[in-house]
Design a protein around this ligand. Structure first.
Ligand code: ADP
Ligand code: MG
Length: 716
């Protein structure tokens, strides 16, 4: 299969990134190259562990067997020594509860020795397992019938690291978080399970396709993270930003993102200094950050690391978001990760570049240069198409969230309709396979099914479609609809699971044909043809922002789930429960818990936003407008006073409506309450905002209580 094509990634780093060694970047640490300096990497492990233990640990990681206590003790001892040398005083099990955030439980390395001193304690037991109180984290009912205790378990496939702080250092151990009954209460456990499932399915298919070497298939993720930077002074003057992460009020600035000079424009010095420090800090932690540039909107930027295996990439993404936010404060900035911090201005997303690679260094989403590569590619690519079509609703649900409702389908970001963009060349290949008729761009001999010599597919990955939610981009798929604040764990868990299912189904068909005597190439072509015909309604190369697409998608029978309450029930759909159960990624009960937690989050956040909006309108904006009204009354300017009075009356009426909406009707809960919040609270917030924003352009600037978009958005 084709080697990884990305620049800067050698086969060796690809392998280590894919967990072939320890999942830790295997790079030499040099003083002038901080990469991985604070990581308990495989290089450090090799240096610090006995040969035997190092080998054993690697074996454990490769086969996924349980760790024995003795081994854990030695690893823990080495970790402790390394961490103490680096000034760590505490260790913490870092985990990802269902809030989507990162949680930590800090413990001191030092225990009182009884004689007034302290000794450093950290054994294998403490390494392997922690015991936070699960009752402080959402569990969607899983906890209710059992004990409130949860446990965290060391994930040896994601490297431990040291987080520096001006007053010390913290040794962080990536962990999984489960209930005592073994139910996953986090994002990591299902992600790991889904990676296992996909590997098993893909290896099975590869065997039928004639690959005898590969032992493991890793899914990979390379996220492109968009974010805003604003001056912290403005941030703290805006209770809406502080409380909800987005501005609930604010008229569109006269100078908006139509100003092209921001995109790829030069970066102000303070911003650049911030970026450089963030990148350095992340490199120390082994996060392979790479690109930086301005995004479409003013004040908006992007950061993208080189891809890694899904588990490590997902952990690193959490760390990245955390670091982006903490470093910003050093520069008097606040990093906004909300999906839509400013209405009328481009929102922030996260492109989830996803692929599958073998432990022998092949990228299964790379068309490649040899006939065998092409067959494999077509097979796996078809599996992705089938999976996305079958589980389009679940994919939509996997990126749902209150912030996303301002973005998806709002004619700027990918729509709420999931579709796939393949690009003109790949379209042609699939169409030719389906029709059995070639064209000048598709090699004729490939279409003569059964031909034993196939020329390479002419794939350049050239054309792009910025509006597609799920696009093939040359050697990977880009799931472009993630929200900027989102954890990568669930969307990738979904992708891995549904693709595993599709691979198995197609591999089953392939095996039947091959066993029946059909030649492999012909069998693949037949399987591809059948699946493509059945699923091609999901392929769309046009403008996803176009209103006409909504009508067309409906005709095709595609789902258009516009809001979070529309999307979340997909988590409990029959095909979801079936696939997640079969691959043992999430049980029905675990799926239910996620549905409940995320629904609850939507309701809670909608309510916080609506109450914050009501408070700001009532106690900040209305008083300012009234002051201004008094001022113009004094000046006797009749016409202006009439206009302002009308606007004030409008605002008062809307405040009343919002206040009413903020009182829940009796007896509703769950999905019904979420829909109530959407249809009444979110709706009323929008209209109160409209009334307030009209006043913003009339009321004297020195009386206006909130910093305006035109001030906030242009950091210098
Ligand atoms: P684009 O313009 O295509 O979005 P970028 O260079 O901004 O290009 O982003 C590409 C992203 O895709 C990077 O994060 C990169 O690491 C990631 N990527 C490249 N190859 C793979 C792969 N095989 N699997 C997952 N992600 C990948
Ligand atoms: Mg991209």
């Amino acid at each position: 299969m084709a080697r990884v094509r990305q620049k800067n990634v050698t086969a060796a780093t690809w392998k280590s990134q894919n967990g072939q060694s320890l999942g830790a970047p295997d790079l030499t640490v040099e003083d002038n190259n901080p990469f991985g300096r604070n990581v308990f990497s495989s290089a450090v492990q090799k240096e610090r562990l006995s040969k035997d233990t190092f080998k054993k640990l690697q074996g454990v990681l490769e086969t996924g067997e349980a760790l024995d206590a003795e081994l854990a003790d030695e690893v823990a001892e080495a970790m402790k020594e390394w961490a103490l040398e680096r000034g760590a005083t505490h260790y913490t099990h870092v985990f990802q509860p269902l809030t989507g955030l990162t949680a930590e439980k800090h413990d001191s390395f030092f225990e009182p020795d009884g004689g007034g001193g302290a000794v450093a304690e950290f054994s294998g037991k403490e390494l392997i397992q922690g015991e936070p109180d699960a009752s402080s984290f959402p569990t969607g009912g899983v906890r209710a019938t059992f004990e409130a205790r949860g446990y965290t378990a060391w994930d040896p496939t994601s490297p431990a690291f040291i987080l520096e702080n001006p007053n010390g250092a913290l040794f962080c151990i990536p962990t999984a978080f489960a209930s005592w009954t073994g139910e996953a209460l986090d994002g990591k456990i299902p992600l790991l399970r889904s990676m296992d499932a996909l590997s098993k399915s893909a290896i099975g298919a590869l065997r039928i396709l004639g690959d005898r070497e590969a032992q493991r298939v890793f899914t990979t993720v390379g996220p492109e993270q968009e974010y805003f930077l604003i001056d912290e002074q403005y941030y703290f003057e805006r209770p809406d930003l502080v409380t909800t992460g987005r501005t609930l009020f604010g008229a569109k600035p006269p100078k908006g993102h139509e100003l092209d000079d921001h995109y790829f424009g030069s970066i102000p010095e303070r911003i650049l200094a911030y970026m450089l420090e963030t990148e350095t800090e992340l490199r120390k932690l082994g996060v392979p950050v790479k690109t930086r540039h301005n995004e479409v909107a003013p004040g908006q930027y992007e950061l993208a690391p080189i891809f890694e295996n899904s588990n490590v990439g997902s952990d690193h993404q959490q760390l990245t978001m955390q670091m982006m936010q903490s470093v910003a404060r050093k520069y008097g900035l606040v990093c906004l990760l909300h999906e839509k911090p400013f209405a009328g201005v481009n929102g922030s997303g996260k492109h989830n570049n996803w692929s599958m690679g073998t432990d022998t260094g092949a990228n299964l989403m790379d068309p490649g240069e040899t006939p065998a590569d092409n067959i494999n590619f077509l097979f796996f690519c078809t599996a992705v198409i089938q999976a996305v079509n079958k589980h389009q609703g679940l994919l939509r649900a996997s990126i749902a969230g209150i912030g996303q409702d301002h973005r998806l389908g709002a004619n700027e970001a990918p729509p709420a309709i999931i579709s796939i963009f393949l690009g003109a060349e790949l379209d042609k290949v699939f169409e030719a396979i389906e029709s059995g008729q070639g064209d000048p761009h598709t090699p004729g001999s490939f279409l003569e099914l059964g031909a034993s010599v196939l020329p390479p597919l002419p794939m350049h990955g050239g054309d792009r479609n910025r509006t597609s939610p799920f696009a093939f981009t040359g050697n990977k798929f880009e799931f472009r609809a993630l929200g900027s604040s989102q954890s990568l764990a669930f969307p990738n868990t979904v992708l891995n699971t549904i693709v595993a299912e599709a691979i198995d189904e197609l591999a089953g068909k392939l095996a039947t044909k091959v066993d029946g005597g059909t030649e492999l190439v012909e069998a693949v072509a037949e399987v591809v043809k059948g699946s493509y015909s059945a699923n091609k309604q999901i392929i769309f190369g046009g403008d996803n922002y176009d209103e006409a697409w909504h009508a067309e998608a409906e005709k095709r029978g595609l789902k258009n789930l516009r809001t979070t309450p529309d999307a979340l029930p997909e988590i409990l759909s029959e095909p979801t429960i079936e696939a997640f159960g079969r691959y043992e990624v999430l049980s029905e009960r675990e799926l239910e818990s996620r549905y409940e937690v995320w629904l609850e989050q939507y309701i809670t956040n909608a309510n916080i936003e609506a109450e914050t909006a009501a408070a700001i309108a009532k106690t900040m904006i209305l008083p300012a407008a009234l002051r201004y009204l008094a001022l113009i009354d004094d000046a006797g300017t009749g016409e202006l006073a009439t206009e302002v009075r009308a606007l004030v009356d409008g605002l008062v009426a809307e405040i009343k409506k919002l206040g009413d909406a903020n009182v829940y009707p009796d007896g509703i809960e769950g999905l019904e309450l979420a829909k109530y919040a959407r249809d009444h609270q979110v709706e009323a917030m929008g209209t109160v905002r409209e009334a307030a924003d009209k006043l913003e352009s009339v009321v004297a600037d020195d009386l206006w209580p909130l910093p305006k978009y035109s001030e906030i958005l242009f950091v210098r």
